[in-house]
Design a protein around this ligand. Structure first.
Ligand code: NI
Length: 178
């Protein structure tokens, strides 16, 4: 997912990482269901490291594996409070509602109005296979929904009530009142 302000911190010291190419809309890899991760090995760790590097480089709030061409249930979220790695994530609880601007690194420069829950709890595995639960609110909840959608081939455009105009974006559009 993409926010309109840079949030992720770029870490130049992590030399082993590599920035991967982000797949853009129109590529069918973005519309496929991801397979579950079963091996929590070096290859997975490399993928997660590369995804975090790619996300930071792109100033995004979240990135899902299909966006780097990998159909595995893996995503990373960083809304400015440190990055969260989610392997085989699922949403187990939601609460409330928010209606605001949302974009995607696979749709450069495009933002739409998307309704999401205000609070989202996910259950996922970490890079070593340990299960954990994490609750996110506001932007973090939005990013959880957006990235987990990606793992099921669902793009934010299917949730958009309307796209935002360049004027609205320039004026700092954040949230629409009902
Ligand atoms: Ni996206």
């Amino acid at each position: 997912m993409r926010t309109r302000t840079p949030t992720a911190s770029y870490r130049k010291d992590m030399k082993a990482m590599a920035i991967r190419r982000i797949v853009k809309f129109g590529d069918s890899v973005l519309e496929k269901e991801c397979r579950k991760v079963e091996k929590f090995d070096k290859k997975l760790h490399q993928l997660l490291d590369d995804m975090k590097e790619t996300l930071a480089d792109a100033n995004g709030a979240g990135l899902a594996a299909p966006q780097v061409g990998i159909l595995r249930s893996v995503c990373v979220v960083d809304v400015g409070e440190g990055s969260i790695e989610l392997v085989n994530p699922e949403i187990i609880a939601t609460e409330g509602e928010q209606n605001g601007a949302e974009g995607c690194l696979s749709y450069p420069g495009e933002y739409g109005l998307v309704k999401r829950p205000m609070k989202v709890t996910v259950r996922a595995q970490d890079r070593d296979g340990n299960w954990f639960e994490k609750t996110g609110e506001a932007l973090c909840a939005r990013a959880f929904c957006h990235e987990i959608d990606h793992l099921h081939g669902v793009l934010f455009t299917s949730h958009v009530s309307r796209m935002l105009t360049p004027e609205e974006l320039e004026n700092g559009f954040i949230e629409e009142e009902e």
